[in-house]
Write a protein that binds this ligand. Structure first.
Ligand code: HPA
Ligand code: ZN
Length: 323
């Protein structure tokens, strides 16, 4: 298929985006605009200068820059505008449903009230159905480089808002530095979240070993695995993922930019799909990794030679894996 034909074919498939960090949709020009509006100093002379810094060697090298960029988010309006800009791009890519992760600790740790974060992000998401035809929900994600105690405190801070945001806040996730922060570190707080009736997801098997994927399922009760590409290193785990149809929210351009794979042609997404795993394609941090969901589908389709049937399957998987 020609590139334009491929793009419009994929755009036309109803898709759900299930692995998207809203702070990762903060485009460099938005970072500059918000910094100016909020009088936040930036260590970059220009937008170009900032973009030139987007050269990552691993997850941590990215996270350091990503958390610094998020510091320009100060007001409800900032969170609203960031989220709305994402939703507009998602709609243009043919996304009909978005489950959006946000990291409250990145903001409350800087003195931004939890209410401000919720009001801005949820405010935009609630407008998405009438305004753009996108349904969705929010995944409050704990930062795994911080303590479980900090995660518990964050949960306590957010729970008073649960009633007001019951229509959108459905889920809990786990992200940030995987190596050295295994799932077991968050076993108690995830148990509490399950008791409270939240849906559960966790990043695992991006840089961490296949055993982290197993532990995310067994110890955390995760219903979907974010990334999970290293599951392939454990055949018994692969069989389980296939039998239980545990969705993997794979992010090909992220994997490329963070050097999880050296080349998209080496990505295991097609093999996972052909082994009957419920694989989905997502954008993770589109502002930093060079593309939104449609770019991820197109680049992967081209690199791996995915068939039309496989593209249809990927989109159908994403719709089936929605909460
Ligand atoms: N992995 C772990 N933590 C993250 C990521 C990711 O890809 N993106 C944002 N936080
Ligand atoms: Zn992620």
């Amino acid at each position: 298929m020609e590139l334009q034909e491929l793009r419009s074919f994929i755009r036309g498939l109803p898709k759900a985006e299930l692995h998207l960090h809203i702070e990762g949709t903060l485009e460099a020009d938005m970072i500059f605009a918000f910094a100016q509006r909020n009088q936040v100093p930036l260590p970059y002379a220009s937008i170009e200068d900032l973009k030139n810094a987007y050269q990552f060697t691993d997850l941590q090298s990215f996270l350091d820059l990503y958390y610094a960029g998020a510091a320009v988010l100060q007001t409800e309006q900032d969170f609203y505008e960031m989220t709305w800009a994402y939703l507009e791009k998602a709609a243009a890519d043919g996304v009909v449903h978005a489950e959006i992760m946000f990291d409250p600790q990145t903001h409350t740790g800087r003195g931004i009230p939890m209410e401000t974060v919720f009001a801005g992000i949820a405010g935009a998401l609630r407008q998405a159905k009438p305004g753009l035809g996108i349904s969705g929900s929010l995944i409050l994600s704990f930062l795994r480089h911080l303590s479980e105690e900090n995660a518990f405190a964050t949960l306590e801070q957010a729970l008073p808002l649960r009633e007001a945001y019951r229509d959108v806040w459905l889920s809990i996730g786990l992200d940030s530095s995987e190596k050295g922060n295994p799932p077991e570190k968050f076993e108690r707080v995830f148990r509490r979240c399950k008791e409270l009736g939240f849906r559960l997801v966790a990043h695992a098997g991006e840089e961490g070993p296949a055993s982290y994927v197993r532990d995310a399922l067994d110890l955390l009760g995760a219903e979907r695995i974010d990334h999970g590409v290293r599951s392939e290193e454990d055949p018994a785990l692969m069989q389980r993922l296939q039998q239980e149809q545990v969705p993997l929210t794979v992010c090909p351009l992220s994997n490329l930019k963070l050097c999880v794979v050296g080349d998209l042609k080496e990505h295991n997404l097609k093999r996972l799909l052909e082994q009957g795993i419920c694989v989905t394609i997502n954008s993770d941090e589109p502002a930093y990794f060079g593309g939104y969901i449609l770019d991820n589908y197109v680049a992967t389709a081209q690199a791996l030679g995915l068939s039309k049937e496989q593209l249809v399957q990927l989109a159908a998987n994403s719709m089936a894996a929605r909460f």
